[in-house]
Design a protein around this ligand. Structure first.
Ligand code: PGA
Length: 252
């Protein structure tokens, strides 16, 4: 049985006072929630603050990106070891906004995944197709390419620290969610792919989050699908009550 995992991707939103009220609002709403993992992923500059605010709670902290080196002359970049040092447990890698706005390639994404795992972080690796790719029947092949390239150098033994997030790009921030059937189909495809690339054991154990306009109103139907193990939530994670409602919908 996979333990559901709900993570909030704050993107480039919040300031330090928003971060504080969001976390302080969320903590009491989810303090009794058991049987699932919860994380928030603030912008880099608020990570330390949010780590301090979430101490002694069931909320863990992740970053939204990292670099592929431990240290060096890489102006503006942040090493996974630095994230670990300030108390992060997770890092999101390969989010579609980084792929499409910042031009990240599968090769770079794979190097980030490997480096983050070697620094002791857990990884949320995002994959997902564009609207035109879905409309031309390319969803499975796009997702398969992103997975096989993104996990190319990732050994089976490290897969216990990888969560996959299926995020159809056309559903991110658009209010247009994939239907539970559309999401479940791709999640099942990803799970079958894991069996071919790794082993039946890994197929059963790897968690696959759905992301893309998840809201309290649609969360339960999505989370009830057999291969959906939680959510990566953008907009609705910026309000403590809506994020808490999504978290509760993910509890089996
Ligand atoms: P959204 O974002 O929930 O605002 O659609 C999801 C994501 O980008 O991870």
């Amino acid at each position: 049985m996979r333990k559901p995992f709900v993570a909030g991707n704050w993107k480039m939103y919040t300031d330090s006072s928003d971060a504080e009220s969001l976390v302080n609002g969320l903590k009491p709403l989810v303090s009794d929630v058991k049987g699932l993992d919860i994380a928030v992923c603030p912008p880099f500059v608020y990570l330390q603050q949010v780590v301090n605010l979430t101490k002694n709670s069931n909320i863990r902290v992740g970053a939204q990106n990292c670099y592929v080196e431990s240290r060096g002359a890489f102006t503006g970049e942040v090493a996974p070891e630095m994230l670990k040092d300030v108390g992060c447990d997770y890092v999101i890698i390969g989010h579609s906004e980084r792929r499409h706005i910042l031009g990240e390639t599968d090769d770079l994404i794979c190097r980030k995944v490997v480096k983050a795992l070697s620094a002791g972080l857990e990884v949320i690796l995002c994959v997902g197709e564009l609207l035109e790719e879905r409309e031309t029947g390319k969803t499975d092949s796009v997702v398969e390419t992103q997975l096989s390239n993104g996990l190319k150098e990732v050994a089976a033994g490290d897969m216990s620290r990888v969560t996959l997030a299926y995020e159809p790009v056309w559903a991110i921030g658009t209010g247009r969610t994939a239907t539970p059937d559309q999401a479940q189909d791709v999640h099942a495809f990803i799970r079958r792919w894991l069996g071919t690339r790794y082993s039946p054991d890994i197929t059963d154990k790897v968690r696959i989050q759905y992301g893309g306009s998840v809201k309290p109103e649609n969360a339960k139907d999505l989370m009830d699908c057999p291969d959906i193990d939680g959510a990566l939530v953008g907009g609705a994670s910026l309000k403590s009550d809506s994020f808490a409602a999504i978290i509760k919908a993910a509890v089996h």
